[in-house]
Design a protein around this ligand. Structure first.
Ligand SMILES: NC(=O)c1ccc[n+]([C@@H]2O[C@H](COP(=O)([O-])OP(=O)(O)OC[C@H]3O[C@@H](n4cnc5c(N)ncnc54)[C@H](O)[C@@H]3O)[C@@H](O)[C@H]2O)c1
Length: 284
């Protein structure tokens, strides 16, 4: 199957990035939001990102206009009626995602592949909200989508070989390196990342080392671009806790149980950059 038209549900942090990269790669893209205000904000973020590329000389003003010309915003899911590949990037909530999948199943063409950008939720559960579970898979992009080179595809027990192959080709056409994981909690990357980040929090909790020494140890000793506590501040500790809880719920592996310090930080609103304070301070 040839993919020409791409749909993206949700134009937040991830959806806007996915829509931008797909339009930059030559696809006709339709991206949806809940209302006009959110849509204007999301499309505005894409416009700003493209303008920055023009300023840096990475893209000509004509290319920017061509990309924007391939991008259409909507608040109506019916506008996905001619999409070949749709990526859902709404909030990380199973009930919301199932509603989106059931609605997409009704409006999208029979051949269309439906993908979720979920960080940790079960793909088969979303797939069973549709009449085409063999054409559903996970397409886990990384933040920021235009910069990060990885696409982690997630194959459920029902995903067909054809769907996986078409999704691989699509991911590669976006310039991504594609890896494939089973539909198991955390897939590959978060399965590995979460215990590591939670261990960093446990080191602070037990007073084994300072936050600065932990981050410097990982950056300079392991050559990571940033330490785990800085990374958690960037992602948001509420999101980290949510993913950890979801994996723990499934595996009952204590490595995924959020430490008490983290739970208290989340309760206190110390979520990281987005609230101005996490392990570090981010004055406005
Ligand atoms: N932020 C990250 O670093 C990251 C990384 C990888 C994966 N993800 C996953 O991507 C998904 C989206 O995360 P995000 O960070 O972009 O969240 P976000 O809150 O920035 O964006 C979600 C957007 O979806 C919109 N939305 C909600 N319901 C909708 C609907 N029915 N139709 C259209 N739009 C709808 C919301 O208005 C919001 O703008 C989540 O599943 C998340 O787990 C996030």
């Amino acid at each position: 199957m040839e993919i020409k038209r791409v749909g993206v549900v949700g134009c937040g942090i991830m959806g806007s990035g996915i829509a931008q990269v797909a339009a930059q790669s030559g696809y006709q893209v339709v991206v949806s939001e809940l209302n006009d205000q959110l849509l204007t904000k999301g499309l505005g973020n894409i416009n700003s990102a493209l303008s920055r590329s023009v300023e840096k000389g990475k893209m000509s003003p004509e290319e920017k206009e061509a990309v924007l010309g391939r991008l259409k915003g909507t608040t109506r899911l019916e506008d996905f009626g001619d999409c070949d590949f749709v990526v859902e990037a709404v909030v990380e909530n199973m009930e919301e995602k199932k509603k989106v999948f059931a609605a997409l199943d009704k409006v999208c063409p029979k051949h269309a592949i439906l993908a979720s950008n979920t960080s940790c939720l079960s793909i088969i559960e979303m797939a069973m909200a549709t009449q085409r579970p063999d054409q559903v898979l996970g397409a886990h992009f990384f933040n920021p989508v235009p910069v990060m080179r990885l696409l982690e595809l997630v194959r459920s027990i029902a995903t067909s070989d054809q769907t996986l192959e078409a999704a691989k080709k699509f991911g590669e056409s976006l310039g991504k390196t594609v890896i494939v994981a089973k539909d198991a909690p955390g897939f590959i990357v978060n399965h590995l990342l979460l215990p590591f980040m939670l261990d960093a929090v446990r080191l602070v909790e037990r007073g084994f080392a300072t936050k600065e020494d932990i981050d410097n140890g990982v950056m300079l000793g392991l050559n990571h671009p940033m330490g785990p506590l800085t990374l958690g501040d960037l992602i948001g500790w509420d999101t980290i806790c949510f993913i950890a809880d979801a994996i723990y719920e499934e595996l009952k592996d204590p490595r995924y149980a959020p430490p008490m310090l983290l739970k208290h930080m989340v309760l206190a609103g110390k979520l990281g950059r987005k609230t101005g304070q996490g392990f570090y301070d981010y004055p406005k």
